[in-house]
Design a binder for this molecule. Structure first.
Ligand code: ZN
Length: 76
């Protein structure tokens, strides 16, 4: 599971990180950009984009295998 922290003051989002890394990245952002504002905003939880890409790749391979099987079934 990866976490992305959203700034409540501007459009800043941290990269996908672990929870402690993301929290620290957001605190660093507030220290730099909003020094008078306590850290806030939202936390987005999800999978890393690379994981989603891997699932897409597996889906394409599955579709290719299915097409080969269908082609084989049509030519006895
Ligand atoms: Zn900000």
């Amino acid at each position: 599971m990866a976490y992305r922290y959203w700034c409540g003051e501007c459009g800043f989002k941290t990269p996908w990180l672990t929870e402690p890394q993301g929290r620290q990245a957001q605190i660093d952002h507030y220290t730099r950009n909003h020094p008078d504002t306590p850290p806030g905003g939202d936390v987005e939880r999800g999978h890393r984009p690379s994981t989603a890409a891997a699932f897409t790749c597996a889906g394409l391979i599955g579709a290719a295998v299915l097409l080969v099987l269908l082609a084989a079934a049509c030519h006895p």
